[in-house]
Design a protein around this ligand. Sequence first.
Ligand code: BG6
Length: 364
Amino acid sequence: DAGEHDSFMHKEMQEQPAAADRVLRGRLDERFGTARLGGLNMDARETRAIRRVKILGCGSAYYVGQMGAALIEELARIPADAEAASEFRYRNPIIEPDTLYVAVSQSGETLDTLLAVQEIRRKGGRVIGLVNVVGSAIARECDGGIYLHAGPEVAVASTKALTNMFIGFSLLALQLGRVRDLSIADGKRLIAGLTRLPDQIQAILDREDELAEVARTLAGAESLFFVGRVRGFPVAREGAQKFKEISYRHAEAYQTSELKHGPLALISEAVPTVALVPSDELTDRNVGALHEIAARRGPLVVITHEDVDLGDVAALRIDVPRNERELDPILLTVPLQLLAYHAALHLGHDIDKPRNLAKSVTVE
Ligand code: BG6
């Protein structure tokens, strides 16, 4: 049972620092500034021959796959993208021998993802799995993989498994990068960043009371936007997904840059926006968009870093710790878990078993 916690989701959120430690354990090679992923079953020559990475997953696993694709492109400079596994098979996908396919799944049993893996392997493609449950169907079907070691996850809304998926992608990107052009200095910089993550996640979890208060201001809205750009956009998608899954409020993710091309028409006092505004090369543009929202009296919650100056924008502000830019997305994601959880709690919903949803969907 969930012990001292009111729900498994709460317990599993709190377990994230320990889970993050486990996925890293034994996998960091400090001397060469790289990751040690024996389970991939690929030698350096095969790893270097990869020209493209295609990531497949469903729901939260798909959104973290988008974060993973960004990590791989940035660190390894290999074109990478993520796609919903549920759609992949139906467009007669082109399977190429020099593409690395990556299936992401907590349960390892999601049928849509499993069928995508089988379709790829039937056509001779190489698939690795980022899977939590050892010996699950997807894990068995893959050519190799990275076990996530998050421990059992019970709540439908994925938290610790998702965090470990992100870290798993970071390790994969590091290994792919270090057989290519990522320097040893950059490799070491990322290893140091990964090592800092568990404590930084803990620091966010420690601010639960503050986040609960912010969540209560959002719980009353019928409809919300979650916005972010580039690295922040998959974070917004994951945040909106969590919010709708358990609070049953309509939450839509958008690229901040696209607001002006449509959804700004919907912004009003009744429609809050949760904005991801990390300290990066896009901060000024993101802050500009906040002004557009504020001018239409849209309530704002801004997930940001301490050094970001929001000017005179009226917003509830949540500062998260900074890591290396490439790793920041996971630290921006953790407060969104707490916002969804506390909104749902405030509304009196069943946190672990949201209506109409199952933890693992073994039908098409
Ligand atoms: C969905 C769940 O149906 O399956 C999501 O509601 C989950 O929360 C998704 O992210 C994928 O599950 P898995 O086990 O493949 O990661």
